[in-house]
Design a protein around this ligand. Structure first.
Ligand SMILES: Nc1ncnc2c1ncn2[C@@H]1O[C@H](COP(=O)(O)OP(=O)(O)OP(=O)(O)O)[C@@H](O)[C@H]1O
Ligand SMILES: [Mg+2]
Length: 289
């Protein structure tokens, strides 16, 4: 634990004091994360990405989970290449990007994710150069793994906005609190956005959010903004089984409507101001160095 705190301190230090100034740009970079695994990050990322794309936005979804290729599985896609091919096999970023529903642009991290920490400076420079392709995006959503690992925290710290997914279960809330504690201590973000998933209804979701907000305010003096709730809905389970996103197959289901509400909220511009994708990229590489 002390070791983790040390790593975080150095991560946060690098995030807070970027060495180079970056150009202003319009891409909003949002990390979707959680304390506990299996709470619905990938379902939210995929369906939110599709909803924003359907609203005419240019959206990239980066599957940054070190483990399984979650995003691709949910969409029934089998990408030919991953970030690994960019790093070691001479592919360009645009060669590995896969188009999903409504032209959602998916970047498969795959085995390449493990390699980010091992790049030499020329490989790094090449990758940064290629990532400039992402400047064309209005949204870059990053589906991270769960928990407090270096790779997850790197993505979360580098992104300008954080969507934290929880379920009303006590274990999910306590794991979320542990993650927020680390983020709050190192002052990487002014606030984070909370989405309560798998609640039995609005009442349970609001209660769960209020509990987390209260402890964060009281003990961490940190703002957690409850921006949405998604109920327990069998359409999600069905969508996973059929590998077809529920916002496409069942757009009028409660889950799909709630994802649409989150997308509208996001577009209403009440969240943190947009940051540069360049800033995200340079912060990310400083963190993975
Ligand atoms: N709103 C919901 N209603 C019903 N079931 C849900 C809901 N959200 C998620 N699930 C179930 O939870 C499972 C896990 O969801 P998902 O893969 O999105 O979680 P995750 O946080 O990305 O997991 P991991 O940490 O492993 O990446 C889904 O396969 C689905 O069965
Ligand atoms: Mg996932």
């Amino acid at each position: 634990m002390r070791d983790q705190a040390y790593k975080l301190r150095s991560l946060a230090h690098r995030v807070i004091r970027p060495r180079v100034q970056v150009d202003p740009a319009v891409t909003r970079v949002i990390a979707v994360t959680s304390g506990k695994g299996g709470v619905g990050k990938t379902n939210l990322s995929v369906n939110l990405g599709i909803t924003l794309a359907r609203m005419g936005k240019r959206v990239f979804l980066f599957d940054a989970d070190l483990g399984l290729a979650n995003v691709e599985v949910l969409l029934g896609l089998t990408p030919a290449y991953t970030l690994y091919d960019v790093l070691y096999r001479g592919k360009r970023l645009e060669d590995i990007v896969v188009s999903g529903p409504f032209d959602l642009q998916i970047i498969p991290g795959g085995a390449g994710m493990q390699e980010l920490a091992n790049l030499d400076s020329s490989q790094r420079a090449r990758l940064i150069d290629m990532l400039s392709y992402l400047r064309t995006a209005e949204f870059l959503l990053i589906d991270t793994g769960a928990g407090i690992s270096r790779s997850v925290l790197g993505f979360v710290a580098a992104a300008q906005e954080v969507f934290l997914v929880v379920t009303p279960e006590p274990t999910s809330l306590t794991d979320a609190y542990s993650l927020i504690k680390i983020l709050a201590r190192h002052k990487v973000h002014d606030e984070i956005s909370l989405i309560v998933n798998r609640a039995t209804g609005e009442h349970e979701a609001t209660e769960a959010a209020a509990k987390l907000q209260l402890v964060c305010r009281k003990f961490l003096k940190f703002t957690v903004r409850h921006i949405g709730s998604i109920v327990e809905d069998q359409v999600v389970v069905r969508a996973v089984k059929n590998q077809e996103p529920f916002v496409v197959t069942e757009p009028n289901s409660p889950a799909a409507r709630e994802v649409q509400n989150i997308a509208r909220y996001l577009l209403s511009g009440t969240l943190s101001p947009p940051g540069a994708v360049d800033s995200f990229i340079s912060r990310l590489f400083r963190l993975f160095r």
